[in-house]
Design a protein around this ligand. Structure first.
Ligand code: NAD
Length: 430
C-alpha cells in the first residue's frame, strides 16, 4: 500500500518506519525542516531504542521517504495524521494542526482515499473531519480513527508487537483497508465506531493515570501509619485482577500524554455537562505529588534560599529524551522561586537539547552535576542514576540530603555513604 504519514514526532516517525518495515511504501511529512534533513540522512531526531537502525534499513530499501511538503498525493491509499494535539489553557485539545493537515489532504488526496487519525483527538473529531471534508466537496474520503498506544522508551516494540489494534471505522471497506495495512500483525483487533475508538484512547490513559494517583495516595497514608507502600504495591499487584503495572508510588506522571489527556477528558465530559469527579481528583493528586520534595526540603533545611539542589533526571521517564511536562523542570522552577540554585543531570536529553530552556543547564555527568550540592532529588529512574556510586557522591556533595522521588535507591548504600534518604511511602530501614 502507499501510505502518507503527516507529523514525524514520536508517533508519526515510529509508525512510518514500522509500516515501511511491513513492506508498504511510506512518505513521512513534517513541517520541521531540521527534522526532515536529519531523517533523510538516516539520523533519528528522538531517542528511541532500535529506531535509528530500522530507519536506516528502510531508507536503504527505498520504502521510506521524508519531505517537508505534501507534494504529490495522487497515489496514496491512506493518509495518517500524527501531528501534535497540545492542550489549550482550559485543558481542551488544540486541533489547529490536525485541521490544517485535513485541509491540505482534502485538496490533494485521490478519490476514495482514507484519512486516519493517529493523534489523540477528542471524541467526535473523526465525525467533525468528515463534515469538514464534505464542505470541501470531498464526500468520497473516508475518515477512520486508529488511536495510538505506544509508550515512549519502548515505542518500536509496542508498534511491532502491540497488545491490540483499535479500528474506529464508518464501514466494512475501511476496516478491510486497515486490516491490510496492519496485515503482518497477529494481535486482537477491536473494530468499533469512531467515537468509541476515540474514547478507548482517552479512557485507557485516564485509567493508567488513575492507578498512579491511587498508589500515590496510598503511599501518603502508608507514611503516616508506618506501612511500606512498596510491599503494598507488590501485594496488590500479584492479584491478576489488579496487576502490578502503574502501581509504583513516586512523583506522579508526566510527559506529553497523561497530563494533557486527563485534562482533555475532564473537558470532554464537561462539554456534555458531566462532572468527572474521579479524574479531576487524579489530576489534583498528581499535581500535589510533584511539589512534595520541595516540602521535604523545607522541613529539613528550613530556608531554601541559596541552597544548592541537584535534580537527577530530566526526561519524564527513562528510555526517552522527551521533556514535555517533565517533573524535573517544574520542580526546578519552583525551587528557583524559593531562591535555590538548581543543577540538572540527565544521561540522554543533553544530546537532543534544542536550546528551548536557556535558563536550564543540563549536565551529562552526574558527578559534575552533584558537585557541592546540599541536596539531591531523584526524578527519573535512569539506570545511571539508580547505580550511582554513593560513596563517591559523598566525597563531592556539600550536604547529605537525598529525596528519592522514584523509590529506586538502595537505602543500605546510601546509609553506608552517610546520607539521609527520604522517599514516598516508606521509611528506609537498612
Ligand atoms: P510530537 O510533537 O513529537 O510530533 C508532532 C509532529 O508534528 C512534530 O514533528 C511537528 O513538527 C509536526 N507537525 C505539526 N503540525 C504539522 C503540520 N501542519 N504539518 C506537518 N507536520 C506538522 O508529537 P507526538 O508525541 O508524536 O504526538 C502526536 C500525537 O499522538 C498527539 O496527539 C499525542 O497525544 C498522540 N500520542 C502520543 C504518544 C506519545 O507517547 N508521544 C502516544 C500515543 C499518542
Amino acid at each position: 500500500m502507499k501510505v502518507l504519514v503527516v507529523g514525524t514526532g514520536y508517533v508519526g516517525l515510529v509508525t512510518g518506519v514500522c509500516l515501511a518495515s511491513f513492506g508498504h511504501d511510506v512518505v513521512c511529512v513534517d513541517q520541521d525542516q531540521q527534522k526532515i534533513t536529519m531523517l533523510n540522512m538516516g539520523e533519528c531526531p528522538i531517542y528511541e531504542d532500535g529506531l535509528e537502525p530500522l530507519l536506516q534499513e528502510q531508507l536503504l530499501e527505498h520504502r521510506l521517504w521524508f519531505d517537508t511538503k505534501i507534494s504529490d498525493c495522487a497515489d496514496f491509499d491512506i493518509a495518517l495524521i500524527a501531528v501534535g494535539t497540545p492542550p489549550r489553557s482550559d485543558g481542551s485539545a488544540d486541533l489547529t494542526s490536525v485541521f490544517e493537515v485535513v485541509t491540505e489532504l482534502g485538496n490533494k488526496l485521490k478519490q476514495g482515499a482514507l484519512i486516519g487519525t493517529k493523534s489523540t483527538v477528542p471524541v467526535g473529531t473523526a465525525h467533525s473531519i468528515e463534515t469538514y471534508l464534505e464542505t470541501m466537496g470531498r464526500r468520497d474520503i473516508r475518515v477512520v480513527s486508529i488511536p495510538e498506544f505506544l509508550r515512549e522508551g519502548s515505542a518500536l516494540s509496542d508498534t511491532l508487537q502491540p497488545s491490540r489494534l483499535i479500528f474506529g471505522v464508518p464501514d466494512d471497506e475501511s476496516l478491510r483497508v486497515l486490516k491490510q495495512l496492519h496485515s503482518p500483525l497477529d494481535v486482537p483487533i477491536v473494530a468499533c465506531n469512531r467515537s468509541t475508538a476515540e474514547m478507548i484512547k482517552y479512557a485507557s490513559n485516564a485509567f493508567l493515570a488513575t492507578k498512579i494517583s491511587f498508589i500515590n495516595e496510598i503511599a501518603n497514608i502508608c507514611e503516616r501509619v508506618g506501612a511500606d507502600v512498596q510491599l503494598v504495591s507488590q501485594g496488590m499487584g500479584l492479584d491478576p485482577r489488579i496487576g502490578s503495572s502503574f502501581l509504583r508510588a513516586g512523583l506522579g506522571y508526566g510527559g506529553s500524554c497523561f497530563p494533557k489527556d486527563t485534562r482533555a477528558l475532564v473537558n470532554i465530559a464537561g462539554d456534555v455537562a458531566y462532572d468527572f469527579k474521579l479524574l479531576k481528583a487524579v489530576v489534583e493528586v498528581n499535581q500535589r505529588q510533584r511539589t512534595e520534595p520541595i516540602e521535604r526540603l523545607r522541613q529539613w533545611f528550613g530556608d531554601l534560599n541559596n541552597l544548592r539542589v541537584t535534580l537527577l533526571g530530566v526526561a519524564f521517564k527513562p528510555g526517552t529524551n522527551d521533556i514535555r511536562e517533565s517533573p524535573a523542570l517544574e520542580i526546578g522552577e519552583r525551587l528557583r522561586d524559593h531562591g535555590a540554585q538548581v543543577q540538572f543531570y540527565d544521561p540522554v536529553v543533553t544530546r537532543f537539547w534544542l536550546q528551548k530552556q536557556e535558563s536550564v543547564r543540563v549536565m551529562d555527568d552526574p558527578y559534575v552535576a552533584l558537585q557541592n550540592s546540599d541536596a539531591a532529588i531523584v526524578v527519573t529512574e535512569w539506570p545511571e542514576i539508580v547505580e550511582l556510586d554513593w560513596i563517591r557522591v559523598g566525597t563531592i556533595m556539600r550536604g547529605r540530603f537525598v529525596f528519592d522521588g522514584r523509590n529506586v535507591l538502595d537505602p543500605v548504600a546510601l546509609e553506608r555513604a552517610g546520607f539521609v534518604l527520604e522517599n514516598f511511602g516508606f521509611h528506609p530501614a537498612p
